[in-house]
Design a protein around this ligand. Structure first.
Ligand SMILES: C[S@@+](CC[C@H](N)C(=O)[O-])C[C@H]1O[C@@H](n2cnc3c(N)ncnc32)[C@H](O)[C@@H]1O
Ligand SMILES: [Zn+2]
Length: 286
């Protein structure tokens, strides 16, 4: 199964010619030596930047420890249950970061006997470069979720894992009958860690994505404790989250006193279905 990329300048389909993707008008985009394609226009001017190299390195080191592997496990179970048996399907990880979930899902779904083409896209070129180097069986691109470089109605699944949501674009690229799966931090995710840093830690708000286009079909939480045996691991975990940039230097310094820590990991899974190409107004008829 081949997914069609579209030209970010004129929205016509892109075709592979040598080491480039080209549209009929002549706009062309190089496929990098790592195998990804940059389809983001004017990111400097638009102010979009995504995660920094430091955040990406911290996330890569932390995720490789496997402490968030239960997310991969849950997604594998969910997708295996929803996919049509014995037929190939396509999945887009939108805001894929350094590719951990896309890469590990590909292996896990393949082990389950499923034939899945996985695509990953992120606005951070550094993240996508790192992803493409590590996970060779995934197609990666640089783009914003607000302007996805894919033709309409192509994906069976769309994942948004701790990443920005773009309802209209997700709806456009998903097939009718396709699923959007979001994962976000639970109310007390990393609570004990937050208690060490903040005088008054706040719980995370519940998932707030309300859609007029998709129908929410289910949601559930997954919570467990993780043991962080070293200061460098605690720091990587903290540094890969948006907390890093919303924390004062004096609060951040409290991290250096921690040699090890057990803290909660808590995740909210939400599953939405695209019932029609026009969205909304879905009435179940028995
Ligand atoms: C918290 S990270 C999660 C990364 C990955 N999904 C994971 O869980 O490991 C959020 C990601 O969203 C990306 N991002 C932020 N704004 C974006 C946008 N407008 N379009 C695409 N990706 C974006 C960031 O670059 C970053 O990689
Ligand atoms: Zn074009």
């Amino acid at each position: 199964m081949i997914i069609t990329y579209i030209c970010p300048k004129c929205c016509r389909n892109l075709f592979k010619t040598g080491n480039q993707l080209k549209c009929p008008v002549g706009h062309s985009y190089d496929i990098s030596s790592e195998g990804y394609v940059n389809l983001l226009l004017g990111n400097k001017r638009s102010g979009l930047h995504g995660d920094t190299k430091e955040m990406i390195r911290s996330r890569r080191r932390f995720l490789q420890l496997g402490l968030y592997f239960p997310i991969v496990d849950n997604l594998t179970r969910l997708i295996s249950g929803l996919a049509v048996p014995r037929s190939a399907f396509s999945l887009l990880d939108a805001g894929c970061g350094e590719g951990y979930y896309a890469g590990n899902l590909k292996s896990a779904l393949t082990l389950n006997g499923l034939n899945c083409d996985i695509y990953g896209t992120d606005v951070s070129k550094d993240a996508v470069k790192s992803a493409a180097k590590q996970y060779k069986d995934i197609d990666f691109s640089v783009s914003s979720v607000n302007k996805l470089p894919f033709a309409d109605l192509q994906f069976d699944f769309l994942l948004s894992l701790f990443a920005p949501l773009a309802e209209q674009e997700f709806f456009r690229v998903l097939k009718k009958g396709g699923y959007l799966i979001t994962v976000s931090p639970g109310a007390r995710h990393l609570w004990t860690l937050k208690e060490q840093i903040y005088d008054h830690p706040k719980e995370n708000p519940p998932p707030s994505f309300k859609s007029s286009l998709f129908i929410e079909s289910s949601r559930y939480s997954v919570s467990y404790n993780i043991f962080l045996p070293e200061n460098s691991i605690i720091r990587d975990l903290f540094d890969m989250t948006p907390y890093r940039y919303n924390t004062s230097e004096s609060d951040y310094k409290r991290l250096s006193k921690l040699d090890s820590l057990t803290t909660e990991a808590s995740f909210e899974f939400c599953i939405f279905k695209k019932y029609s190409d026009t969205g909304g107004n879905y009435v179940e008829i028995y």
